[in-house]
Design a protein around this ligand. Sequence first.
Ligand code: ATP
Ligand code: MG
Length: 527
Amino acid sequence: MAMGMMENLGSVSTLWSALVSVLLFWPVVNNHVPAGLRQWLSTMVDKLTSYLSPYLHVTISEYGHQRFRRSDFFLALRADLGKDARTVQITVDDHQEVTDSFRGATIWWYPSKKPPRTNVISFYPRDDDARFYRLVFHRRHRDLVLDAYLPHVLAEGRAVTIRNRQRRLFTNNAPGASTSYYSRKSVWSHVPFEHPATFDTLAMEPADKDAILDDLTAFRDSKDYYAKVGKAWKRGYLLHGPPGTGKSTMIAAMANFLDYDVYDLELTAVKTNTDLRKLYIETTGKSIIVIEDIDCSVDLTAKRSNDKKKKKSSDEDDDDKPKLPTEQEKDEASKVTLSGLLNFIDGLWSACGGERIIIFTTNHKEKLDPALIRRGRMDVHIEMSYCRFEAFKVLAKNYLGVEQHEMFVEIRRLLEEIDMSPADVAENLMPKASKGKKRDPDACLAGLIEALNKAKVEAAEAAKAKEEEEAAAAKAKEEEEAAKAKAAKEKEKDDEAAGTKHEELFVLDDRRDHICQDRARSGSPSL
Ligand SMILES: Nc1ncnc2c1ncn2[C@@H]1O[C@H](COP(=O)(O)OP(=O)(O)OP(=O)(O)O)[C@@H](O)[C@H]1O
Ligand SMILES: [Mg+2]
């Protein structure tokens, strides 16, 4: 028994000293052996080290079984370093090593990249190496880590990191983002999201604001409800209204209120429906996906009616011959279409877990295809409108710190009759230095009254011009109709005259017949 132990110890120490020698001479070996052998030796050394080491390694790859879908685990771990680092449990990003402790066990996280294999001809682009995390912990914590720690990181850790992290603004239209379907590089690039807008600083009718806040709160807290009724946890908002009424500001306020990331989807930069699909696959939960000015992004309505027409004509000449796509059809297939966008929205809800909000903004709601904004896709339609008195009070408080002022009465009266966007009102409230002097609130409010009066005069002039234009158009139309009526009358007269001649001829013909008959009866020769 003792002998056996001695032998064991002896073999372990021999192995250990062999390993030490290999490690000692490794740099020399590394430089002098051919690449193939070096790789094999490296693998063997790794295996030997991990066999003897008291530490275990777990590797988590960026991509799981589904080649084009990043593993949820990987995405969960990529949450950035939070503002309050003490409460963050896992904060791993590229090139950042992290030590974490869990129920007395220490766990080390090493993010890394697998370099491309130079002797392999790859179908995929080279520049973006596969990323992975290596998790290292002591053997004795094996069960704890695998059964408790990793599930905890995924469930709790993720929630914690999301709550405390620096939120991000993603865009698909930046040099860092890849649009290639086969690229492993993220299709989104991001910057820290630091927009200061909140619902407190958002100028709008208080009742409307409260309704939106209630809706958002209900959505955020309704995970169980959505699961119970079998609906995907999503909500669509359509923000519509004239320029400068706060649509983009509202999105920032929503993101800040919910603590969500923002994905700013630039549809014109997306080449195909396939790229669009890849974009949604790479969005994460707790996010707002925004398509600004949706009516300008793609000619969706025209596409759809074209599609319908095309379908109809292909139904008409329905011979059995298989048809190759025409050049035009190929071209169409490589573009984002309305149906691609509808699939994007619907697929978004079904394919990915976690709550998501999608927001469209537009200045022209009437231009949008009804399918795009129907309830179920865009659940809430919010009209952002011109600045009225209640909204003005919020701006006055924000910009000037003024809640009451004698000029408010006049401003209230003017705002009720003049349509001025909150952006224009805010611009007038911005304290500017005029003629070397800094403007105070009184000057700002007086400036706003002046601007409102000016806008009133301009609006009156514009209305007058429009009225005159309409009157001129009506007059022109009247004249045209009168001319048409006159022409019709003249034609009628001509026709009547022609009709009389015709009748006369008939009369003549009749007379001739009578004469002929008379002559025949009297025996005289016919005409
Ligand atoms: N309702 C509002 N509350 C507070 N600030 C506002 C509001 N509307 C506009 N602003 C101010 O005006 C600026 C422009 O507003 P914003 O970009 O949100 O308008 P928009 O409706 O998105 O316009 P567009 O249709 O041109 O995109 C903002 O930076 C903000 O300072
Ligand atoms: Mg905007």
